[in-house]
Design a protein around this ligand. Structure first.
Ligand SMILES: [Cu+2]
Length: 131
């Protein structure tokens, strides 16, 4: 084995070692982030939607949004024109895609916000406001 080859091999093994360490660190960080987010409140997207007039409108939107991969739960309030979508644990909702789905169904999205609440929490909060 020449010195040159030995040098190359050493360099390669150093690179491999540092890459492995880097990947391990990334995975650790991702895992920590996942644990962190699931330990806290759920994340939902709350949209204000114009044009929903009956239960069939609500049902159609609910069906579309429920079929999206990151959706955990959907809540539609016709009177308050609110559509809420809750993300599955550790997943992120695509606000643009949600708004696109609602528009595709024939309705108008006037406001879209991300809230740190579950759909159940949004639901009970809205019921409380009605009283
Ligand atoms: Cu309708």
């Amino acid at each position: 084995m020449t010195n040159q080859l030995l040098f190359q091999l050493t360099q390669e093994s150093i690179m491999k070692t540092s890459t492995t360490k880097f990947i391990a660190a990334c995975a650790g960080a991702a895992l920590a982030t996942g644990l962190f987010s699931s330990a806290f409140a759920a994340e939902s997207i709350k949209a204000t939607v114009n044009g929903m007039v009956c239960a069939f409108c609500a049902q159609g939107i609910e069906k579309r949004l429920s079929s999206m991969p990151a959706t955990q739960a959907v809540f539609v309030d016709l009177k308050k024109k609110v559509v809420a979508v809750q993300a599955k644990d550790g997943q992120t909702l695509d606000g643009k895609a949600i708004s696109h789905e609602i528009k595709e169904a024939g309705y108008d999205v006037t406001k879209l916000e991300t809230v740190q609440q579950s759909v159940a929490e949004i639901k009970s909060q809205m019921k409380a406001k009605t009283k």
